[in-house]
Design a protein around this ligand. Structure first.
Ligand SMILES: CC(C)(COP(=O)(O)OP(=O)(O)OC[C@H]1O[C@@H](n2cnc3c(N)ncnc32)[C@H](O)[C@@H]1OP(=O)(O)O)[C@@H](O)C(=O)NCCC(=O)NCCS
Length: 180
């Protein structure tokens, strides 16, 4: 409990019983298409069926017993310690109050603990994702790639990336060697 008598925000592992809340939060943001919400439902089912055991992570932000947001992240297959943040969403009335930042920091800390090297996030170039893109930029993410018309004509995929570990000497040496 904080000085104002409110429980402070907790970030905890997502429980299977949270699924309806997480689906409701994602739908309430109004930014995800129906097929994306369907994909989220499948992702959460697969998470509890097998992917949690395979190293995927899902966390829920909770305050006063209410789920306010969640983040889902996992290692990218066939890479050397690259991770993906697949989902992050905050209940609209509670957006812009630090919940998303707390979830993102928690995800980054978990990835660092696993010696993760690079965290990637895919999002859309559409205007209604402008605040989302600003959110990633404010947290030190650079635009690593733009795939024109990926989602549909006029809707590019914008890939944000952030290095979470320093470039290893071996890799740096290779890069220098390739220039000279
Ligand atoms: C993006 C999101 C997770 C950020 O979480 P949040 O709790 O709202 O963000 P925080 O309060 O921690 O950070 C606020 C910053 O994020 C950005 N931001 C993102 N969404 C915002 C919103 N609805 N209102 C105001 N600022 C927002 C701004 O840059 C803001 O800082 P600034 O005003 O100083 O520029 C959340 O707004 C959300 O759920 N958006 C809809 C779903 C979504 O786009 N998910 C990502 C899909 S790729």
């Amino acid at each position: 409990m904080n000085d104002d008598g409110f429980d402070s925000l907790a970030i905890r592992p997502t429980d299977q019983a949270d699924m309806p809340d997480l689906m409701q939060i994602a739908a309430a943001t109004g930014v995800f298409k129906r097929m994306e919400l369907q994909a989220l439902s499948e992702v959460l089912h697969d998470f509890f069926a097998e992917n949690q055991a395979a190293g995927h992570c899902c966390v829920t932000a909770e305050q006063e017993g209410q789920a306010l947001g969640f983040a889902y992240y996992a290692p990218a297959a066939m890479t050397d310690r690259t991770w993906y943040l697949y989902w992050i969403a905050v209940r609209p009335p509670r957006q812009a109050r630090g919940v998303g930042s707390a979830l993102l920091h928690h995800a980054e800390e978990t990835v660092r603990r696993h010696n993760g090297r690079l965290l990637l996030i895919e999002t859309s170039s559409l205007p209604h994702y402008k605040l989302t893109r600003r959110f990633y930029a404010r947290h030190g993410y650079d635009v690593a790639a733009v795939l024109k018309d990926f989602y549909s004509d006029g809707d590019d995929m914008v890939v944000f990336g952030k290095r979470l570990a320093v470039v290893s000497e071996r890799t740096a040496g290779k890069a220098e060697g390739s220039i000279s």
